[in-house]
Design a binder for this molecule. Structure first.
Ligand code: ASP
Length: 616
C-alpha cells in the first residue's frame, strides 16, 4: 500500500471527541490512529482515535474508489490516517451511549494512510485486556501504553494540575526559581545518586533529594516566596510505590508562621481539586496532633473515611486477672482494642496475617474475640471479670458478628499494631462488600505537633523526625536540654485518605540554635557539620528571615486525582521497582573510555550497606 510521504496531508477540522448531531451534514476531516476495525456486510467500520477521543467512520464501496476501499481494507490497528467524510446519524438502534460521539458517524469519502503499524505487542483498544498485560511489557512499549485513553487522561490531568499550581502560586506572589540538580553529596541522608566529576579525580556531584538547602538559602537571598515543581532523587531500595526520581511542589516563604502555610496549601488544594475533578473541597482542614492520630487511628497518616477507631482499655484492665494485660499496664504499657464490625468470620489465614503484623512489632501474639452465635469465642475471655466485659461491650459497642482485636504493649507499639490491623481489616471488609467508600470522598487533614526528635536505640542517639532544619515549638525550646523526647517540632503533614500528600515545617533561622541541634542533639561532629552545612550556617549569619515551607508529592497528588493506586500510572516514563527504564534499557554500561575520563575503575560487586534515613 502507498503511504503518503509528503507532509501536506489533509489537516483535521475536528478532534475525534467533537462531533455531535449538530454537525450532521458537514464535511469534516479527522486525523488519528485506527482504534478498531470491523467488517460488516460489505462495509468497513473504523473507529478513529486521537488524543481527545474517538469517532466511528464507515467505508462504503459505493462512496469510494476501489483503490481507496482496498486501502481501508488493508488498515490494521494503530495505522495512522487522515480521512474526510460527511457526518450523519448512526442507523437506528446503533448509538453508543458510552462515548460522546456515539450518536453520529462519518461516511468516508477520502482516505490518506499516513503510516502503517506493525502488529502490536499487546492490545490497546480494550481496557480489560490492557489491565492483564504485564507491567514490564507496558513500560517497554510505553508509547503504546500512553495511547490508551486512561493513560492519556492521566497525562492531561497532570499537565492541567501543574499549570493550575503555577498560576495559583503566581497569584499568591511566589517566584518560580530553579535550583541545581547537580548538587553536593550530604552523607548520612538517604542514599544518593552520584555524578562523577571529570575535572577532578575522586570528586562527585550528588543529585538532590530535595531542594531543601537551596530553598532556605533563597529566603536568605530575599526571595521571600519561592516555589518550584522540583525533580528530586533518592537512591533507596524502591518500595512498592516509590520512584528513584519524582516531582515535588516545593515551597518556601519568609516572615510567616504555620497558619500561613495551612492557608496557602488549603487554597492550592481547593484550586487543584476544582481544576481536575470539578469538586469543591471544604476548608479549613481538620488538625490532628501526632498523639491523637496514633491514639485514635494507630498511624500518623490516618484514613478517617471509616471508623474502627482504637479504644483504650488501660484503665479498665489495670490489675486484671488476665496477666498479659495486667502486667503490661503495670510495666507502663497500654491495652487498646478495635472492633472490626462484621469480621467474626475471619479465616484462619486472615487471623494469621494479623498475628504476623503484631509479631513484626515484637508482640508475642494477637489476642482477639470472635462474637458468634451470641457467644464470645476466645480463649482469653474466661480470665475477664464482669466489669471488664461490660467495659468492652459498652466502649466497643459489641454486637453479633464482631471481631475484637487487642494490642497490649508500649504505647507507640500498641497503636501501630492496631493501626496496621485496622487498615488490613478495612481491606478485607471492602473486598466482602461490608465496607464501601465513596470514591469522591476526600478527607484532608493536617497532622501537627510531631515530636522533633526520635531516639535510635541501636545507635544510641537522637535523629530528626522530619529533618534537622525544623524549628521546635517555641514553648518547648527549654526542654531541648532537659527532655528532648518531649520537644514538639513545628512540623506539619498534609494527609488525605490515609496518604501523606506532603510535609514541611517552620525552620530554625538562628545559626546558633541550628548549630546546637546539629552538634549537641544530633551529635554530628563539628567538622562534619562544617563540611555538610557550613555554607548554610554561614549564610544564616548574614540576616536570615524567619521562614518555613512545605513540599507536596506531585506524583502522588496526581495519582489520587486520577484514582489510580500506582504513581507509575501518572508518570510518562517511570522506572520499574528495580530502578530500570524498560524502554531505553537504562541503567546501562558505558565505554572504557568514558570510565577512564571519569577516573572510574569498575571492580565488580560491592556488598550492600543499608542507608540511614534522614531525609531533607
Ligand atoms: N524538603 C522536605 C521534604 O522533601 C519538605 C520540606 O520540609 O519543605 O520532605
Amino acid at each position: 500500500m502507498s503511504v503518503r510521504s509528503a507532509n501536506n496531508f489533509m489537516k483535521r477540522t475536528h478532534h475525534c471527541n467533537e462531533l455531535r448531531p449538530a454537525h450532521i451534514g458537514q464535511t469534516v476531516t479527522l486525523s488519528g490512529w485506527v482504534h478498531s476495525r470491523r467488517d460488516l456486510g460489505g462495509l468497513i467500520f473504523i473507529d478513529i482515535r486521537d488524543r481527545e477521543g474517538r469517532t466511528q467512520t464507515v467505508f462504503d464501496p459505493s462512496d469510494l474508489t476501489p483503490e481507496l476501499f482496498a486501502q481501508a481494507a488493508a488498515l490494521r490497528s494503530e495505522c495512522v490516517v487522515s480521512l474526510t467524510g460527511k457526518v450523519r446519524h448512526r442507523p437506528e438502534g446503533t448509538n453508543n451511549a458510552k462515548i460522546p460521539t456515539g450518536e453520529i458517524e462519518v461516511g468516508v469519502t477520502a482516505l490518506e494512510v499516513l503510516n502503517m503499524a506493525d502488529v502490536l505487542p499487546f492490545q490497546i483498544d480494550d481496557p480489560e485486556a490492557a489491565a492483564k498485560v504485564a507491567e514490564d511489557t507496558r513500560l517497554q512499549y510505553r508509547y503504546l501504553d500512553l495511547r490508551r485513553p486512561e493513560m492519556a487522561r492521566n497525562l492531561k490531568v497532570r499537565s492541567k494540575v501543574a499549570i493550575a499550581t503555577r498560576s495559583y502560586m503566581d497569584e499568591q506572589g511566589f517566584l518560580e526559581v530553579e535550583t541545581p540538580t547537580l548538587f553536593k553529596s550530604t552523607p548520612e541522608g538517604a542514599r544518593e545518586f552520584l555524578v562523577p566529576n571529570r575535572r577532578e579525580a575522586g570528586t562527585f556531584y550528588a543529585l538532590p533529594q530535595s531542594p531543601q538547602q537551596f530553598k532556605q538559602i533563597l529566603m536568605v537571598a530575599g526571595v521571600e516566596k519561592y516555589f518550584q515543581l522540583a525533580r528530586c532523587y533518592r537512591d533507596e531500595d524502591l518500595r512498592a510505590d516509590r520512584q528513584p526520581e519524582f516531582t515535588q511542589v516545593d515551597i518556601e516563604m519568609s516572615f510567616i508562621d504555620r497558619e500561613d502555610i495551612y492557608a496557602l496549601i488549603e487554597g492550592l488544594i481547593k484550586r487543584v481539586w476544582k481544576t481536575a475533578l470539578n469538586l469543591d473541597v471544604p476548608t479549613p482542614f481538620k488538625r490532628i496532633s501526632f498523639e491523637e492520630a496514633l491514639n485514635r487511628w494507630g498511624i500518623d497518616k490516618p484514613d478517617t473515611r471509616f471508623g474502627m477507631e482504637l479504644v483504650d482499655f488501660s484503665e479498665e484492665f489495670k490489675g486484671s486477672k488476665f496477666g498479659v494485660f495486667g502486667k503490661c499496664i503495670e510495666g507502663g504499657g497500654v491495652v487498646k482494642a478495635i472492633n472490626a464490625r462484621g469480621l467474626a468470620g475471619a479465616t484462619q489465614g486472615q487471623i494469621e496475617t494479623m498475628t504476623e503484623t503484631a509479631k513484626g512489632f515484637g508482640a508475642k501474639g494477637l489476642a482477639y474475640i470472635k462474637v458468634e452465635n451470641g457467644e464470645w469465642k476466645s480463649p482469653i475471655v474466661k480470665f475477664f471479670s464482669d466489669a471488664e466485659k461490660a467495659a468492652l461491650t459498652a466502649k466497643l459497642q459489641i454486637q453479633e458478628g464482631d471481631l475484637i482485636l487487642f494490642a497490649a504493649d508500649q504505647w507507640l507499639n500498641a497503636c501501630e499494631i492496631l493501626g496496621k490491623i485496622r487498615l488490613y481489616c478495612a481491606e478485607v471488609l471492602k473486598s466482602q462488600g461490608k465496607l464501601t467508600i465513596d470514591p469522591h470522598q476526600f478527607n484532608f487533614l493536617w497532622v501537627v505537633e510531631f515530636p522533633l526528635l526520635g531516639f535510635d536505640r541501636e545507635n544510641n542517639r537522637w535523629y530528626s523526625s522530619h529533618h534537622p532544619f525544623t524549628a521546635p515549638v517555641a514553648e518547648d525550646i527549654a526542654l531541648l536540654k532537659t527532655d528532648p523526647k518531649k520537644v514538639r517540632g513545628q512540623h506539619y503533614d498534609i494527609v488525605v485518605n490515609g496518604v501523606e500528600l506532603g510535609g514541611g515545617s517552620i525552620r530554625i533561622h538562628q545559626p546558633d540554635v541550628q548549630k546546637t541541634i546539629f552538634e549537641e542533639l544530633l551529635a554530628i561532629p563539628p567538622e562534619e557539620t562544617k563540611l555538610r552545612f557550613g555554607y548554610m550556617l554561614e549564610a544564616f549569619r548574614y540576616g536570615a528571615p524567619p521562614h518555613g515551607g512545605i513540599a507536596l508529592g506531585f506524583d502522588r497528588l496526581i495519582a489520587i486525582l486520577c484514582g489510580t493506586p500506582s504513581i507509575r500510572d501518572v508518570i510518562a516514563f517511570p522506572k520499574t521497582a528495580k530502578g530500570t527504564c524498560m524502554m531505553t534499557d537504562s541503567p546501562s554500561q558505558v565505554s572504557p573510555k568514558q570510565l577512564r575520563d571519569l577516573y572510574i575503575e569498575v571492580k565488580g560487586k560491592k556488598p550492600e550497606v543499608p542507608a540511614a534515613s534522614t531525609k531533607s
